[in-house]
Design a protein. Structure first.
Length: 245
């Protein structure tokens, strides 16, 4: 995880959000549906649902959309029946790629993902072929603008809250936690008055992999095709890309 910053990638994704807002709401609705269906419709007793609702609100998703997704999950015999599926594979130069999907049609989703890999220098692998290269972690970002807190003070706050690691740049504090402690760490930091710019449970690559310059455009095209698929909720990879591009 050393030296790997998610923040610039998150900012880039938010910058493009207006162009894809409809798809973002659709994906968030699926995530809310799954969380409510799996662990109940009450956010106060369902941390996963509470986290996704917070993410939906941060994306300016209307409350009516959130309520509708929860109602679908709790209405017997009504609504879509989604299932979570993970695909593992390789991009150009053998970089590792994980794709998480929520789908009501496995055949459609598998076909679309296979095409995105195969047409852009990649290939799908077997279950477990690349997942071992990633760690599941809680991730929290706190922007430093107007925050009069130095790194030592923040580190003490993170450790007291139960966080595992702090990474610092000029613009943001990035905090990593054990997934089991994620909710408690978020609540402890908010109780201290910190504003969380980003908070999610994610997959973090253990090491980064270089990709040849002549393959980078092809790989970015593959990522774009995957992320544009309506069934795909998240894409993770370990390619060492320039996030500023």
């Amino acid at each position: 995880m050393s030296g790997h910053s998610k923040w610039s990638k998150i900012k880039g994704a938010k910058g493009a959000a207006d162009q894809k807002r409809g798809k973002i709401f659709q994906r968030l609705s699926k995530e809310i549906y799954m969380a409510a269906k799996n662990s109940g419709p009450d956010p106060s007793s369902n941390p996963s649902l509470r986290l996704i609702i917070d993410k939906a609100k941060a994306a300016n998703m209307p409350n009516d959309n959130i309520t509708r997704a929860i109602k679908k999950a709790t209405s017997a015999g009504e609504g879509e029946n989604y299932e979570e599926v993970t695909y593992e594979g390789y991009g150009p130069n053998g970089v590792a790629v994980l794709v998480h999907a929520l789908t009501d049609n496995r055949n459609r989703t598998a076909t679309n993902i296979r095409v995105a890999f195969n047409k852009n220098g990649g290939s799908l692998g077997e279950s477990g072929s690349v997942s071992y290269m990633f760690d599941r972690k809680g991730y929290i970002a706190i922007e430093r603008e107007d925050l009069e807190v130095d790194e030592d003070t923040m580190l003490m706050s993170v450790l007291e809250a139960g966080g595992e690691e702090l990474q610092t740049s000029d613009e943001v504090f990035e905090i990593y936690t054990d997934p089991a402690d994620f909710d408690a760490v978020c609540e402890a930091l908010k109780a201290e008055g910190y504003v969380l710019a980003e908070a999610e449970v994610t997959m973090v690559p253990q090491t980064m992999s270089a990709i040849a310059a002549d393959k980078e455009t092809q790989f970015r095209t593959m990522l774009e095709k995957l992320e544009d698929d309506d069934d795909v909720s998240e894409v993770f990879h370990n390619a060492d890309l320039d996030d500023e591009e």
